[in-house]
Design a protein around this ligand. Sequence first.
Ligand SMILES: NC(=O)c1ccc[n+]([C@@H]2O[C@H](COP(=O)([O-])OP(=O)(O)OC[C@H]3O[C@@H](n4cnc5c(N)ncnc54)[C@H](O)[C@@H]3O)[C@@H](O)[C@H]2O)c1
Length: 294
Amino acid sequence: MSIKRVGIVGSGIMGAGITEVAAKSEFEVVLRSRAQETADATLAQLDKSLSRQVEKEKISEADRDAALGRVRAVSDLGELAECDLVIESVVEDLDVKKQLFDDLDRVCDDSAILATNTSTLPVIDMAMQTGRPENVCGIHFFNPAPAMPLVEVVKALTTGDETLATARAFVEHCGKDPVDVRDQTGFIVNALLFPYLNNAIKMLDAGVATRDDIDTAMKGGCNFPMGPLQLLDLVGLDTSLSIIESLYNEFRDHSYSPAPLLRHMVSAEKLGRKTGEGFYDYSNHKNKNKNKNK
Ligand SMILES: NC(=O)c1ccc[n+]([C@@H]2O[C@H](COP(=O)([O-])OP(=O)(O)OC[C@H]3O[C@@H](n4cnc5c(N)ncnc54)[C@H](O)[C@@H]3O)[C@@H](O)[C@H]2O)c1
């Protein structure tokens, strides 16, 4: 099956990024947010992002205009009816995602592929909400989606071979590198990464070293491009907590128990870059968007 029109549901950090990737890769994109004003704001943000790329001579003005022209921002889920592939990227909450798959199954054509960008939640639970579990898979982009080359293509127990082949072809058409992984919590990257990030918070909380020294150590000692606390702020602390909780719930391994400080920061709405404050202060940061989840 070939993909022409792609639906993206959710216009947070990842929904916006995947929209940019798909539009630049010549797919028609229907971007769906719950509120029309949020969908429109995401389109305006895409315009800004593409215009910066024009200024830096990475793309031409014609490329920018063509990519923007391929995106339609909507609030009605019914507008996704003619999409060949829908990728949901809403909040990391299984109940919310299951309800969404139920709704998408009713709205979308029977042949459409329904995919989730979940970081850790079981794809099978979303697949079984639909009458087409063979057409459901994970397509897990990394943050920031326009810059990161990797995409994990996740096979649930029910996922059909044709669905996987089409998902891989879509990912490759987006200029990304797909890897195949079974539907197990955290897939490859987050299963390895998040225990490390969680331990960095525990180390900070225990007073073993300062925030800056922990980040400096992991950059200088392991050649990582950013430290663990910087990376947590980029991912979002609410999303990070959900990921770590999923790993803990799945494996019941005590070493995966979420750092208490992380819970407290989420309760205090210090969610990282997206709210302007996390382990670092971004109050002058241009991407600050306190009301994104409202
Ligand atoms: N942040 C990352 O680094 C990252 C990387 C890869 C995958 N993901 C995954 O992508 C998905 C979205 O994460 P994000 O970082 O873009 O989050 P985000 O907080 O930036 O955006 C979440 C989106 O979900 C919407 N939303 C919130 N509650 C909702 C509800 N009840 N019903 C429908 N929509 C709702 C919000 O309006 C927003 O558009 C999650 O599944 C996450 O695990 C995140």
